[in-house]
Design a protein around this ligand. Sequence first.
Ligand SMILES: [Zn+2]
Length: 306
Amino acid sequence: MPRTATPQTLSREITLSGHGLHGNRPCTVRLVPATSTTGLVFVHTPTGTEIPAKADLAGDLVLSTTLVKDGVRLQTIEHLLSALTGLEVEHLRIEVDAEELPILDGSAAPWVEAILQAGVVSLPGRRRFMKVTQPMEVRNGDRWIRVLPFDGLRLRYVIDFPIPALGRQSRELTLTPDKYRRELGAARTFCLAQEVDMMRARGLALGGSLDNAVVFGADGPLNESLRFEDEAVRHKMLDLVGDLALLGAPLLGLVEAHMAGHALHVGLAQAILANPGCWEWTEETQTSNVRFFFQASQLETAAQPA
Ligand SMILES: [Zn+2]
């Protein structure tokens, strides 16, 4: 699936149900194709509140990403937004009947499968990218995230946990829908076993289990197996892709993150939006310019190490 130069939505509706990770309440999500370039817009159906997926509406960012508008909160939106952004579906109405989206298997894979089954269609017009022209950085102590100019969306992520089962993991890739599906989408959310009691005491992760999260103990994961040896850093990249959806448009830049999380991911999106002198709109990417001459996969192999 090459990168597309046209705005995209789904070919047909998708409905998925499950329980929220933190509140453990049931939720049904209906993805309704857009008829114009609306962006990604959530609709909380009990109140009819429309909440665009925009960084200026971000609320609580502890362990998940939340949007807040008119007193309505929508929590744990990042995995669905990640699947949509990773597969370049950027215009959609997302109807939800509760305040937290279903965690499903803890990854974006169920969304990816449903989206690929439904298929995507182009909307009229050209896809507009936010092309970074000047570096920007957001820091919190020794945790940081920054973006640099790059022709494409390249992600470089490092995590470094002081327990041997996790340790230091790093990964880097230039995002395409195919790479998203193969390398990031199936990576599950994770936590440390020692954090579980603390999270529950704060009313978080009440719906968490080994069916929807990887839990790392002192000697390794408590789950039977991992999907990738470095599943944790891949999930951080999945989260980053989802949080960058709050820019409201696809990004062209190299994003480097060190031990970041939702607050820094969204902080970077807010910094980009607040500094319009550091980026410009473009309808062209290097990939879309040259794909008339090369297959996207050949180009990827030839031009990029990851
Ligand atoms: Zn996540």
